[in-house]
Design a protein around this ligand. Sequence first.
Ligand SMILES: *Cc1c(COP(=O)(O)O)cnc(C)c1O
Length: 372
Amino acid sequence: MVDLIAQYQKIKPEVDSAILNIMETAQFINGPEVKGFQKELEEYLDVKHVVPCANGTDALQIALMAIGAKPGDEVITPSFTYIATTEVMALLGLKPIFVEVEKDSFCIDPETIEAAITDKTVAIVPVHLYGQAANMDQIMDIANRHSLKVIEDNAQAIGSDYRMADGSTKKTGGLGHIGCTSFFPSKNLGCYGDGGAICTDDDDLAAKMRMIANHGQSKRYYHDMVGCNSRLDSIQAAVLRIKLRRLDNEYISARRSVAEHYNNFFAQFPQVKTPVMDIYSHHVFHQYTMTLDGVDRDGLNAFLAERDIPSMIYYPVPAHRQKMFDAFNSADTDLPVTDWLTERVISLPIHTEMDKEQLDYICQGVADFLTK
Ligand SMILES: *Cc1c(COP(=O)(O)O)cnc(C)c1O
């Protein structure tokens, strides 16, 4: 699904020398690379504060802790997402309230949010799934009317430009009260291990998140609140600085041209619904995900595997059907759009190093199955 080796080869001299430099100075933790990356990411996202942390799951957990969510509080979130989004809620004793997604954007359907709000609701966690933003205008409007916090799960959409009502753009992650992202190697901005970051324009939330990520201390050995240990290390930060400079003009543009190629090719098949390029934001195509109607989706998955073409189902079981959440689910959780999509989506390889030959081979493989 990705080719991280070919991508590394192109930046190898720069990466190798940055990593060697860290080995030689032994500044593995909180060194200048981490501070440098933090500043550069603040500029890139146009936010006041970035708090680097150990991974995207921690970023979500720290954000939920920082808004003061307590056991029993409710958080509204889509079920159609990666498990990390909702798992951290359960871990903190919060109750995830699963709502629907839109068929076109695959993101939380704002029309379903208001009915899910109770006096226990503290936050909304939209997920910018596959690389495209949720309808943040409507989500922020609902949140502001009900005094709720919005924590964006931006793990799959870093770099996406959201179109504001006045026509200007702002990067996803900087639209809600807090934005969370992941630098897992296969993400659009990936490091060579684990990494994550949280961002906000709010000084108090930033200070709190910095403390939580550092054992609840702001002064060494004085622990004012329960926190955790969540750091981005210097080697990962050095890699991320090199890759951040290439994110827009090399990585995202390469992904978008792959998506355009697929979209053009699959336009001839009415049973294939190709992803809409830009709904509320500029799609950065973390995944290229099609929706199939009247096609044996799992059959296609197996057929492609026989030809050594990877394809994936993101995700085969929505959160509200995971055993993990048995205790949280009310019997009336009914998400027909989520279930409908779960049975029909399939993702094809998309990454920064794809060539025409690979693309043609993949397209032909899918076409052969569809016309069989
Ligand atoms: C990858 C991902 C995460 C978690 O990030 P990790 O760095 O793997 O912990 C959270 N949410 C979504 C939507 C993701 O895709």
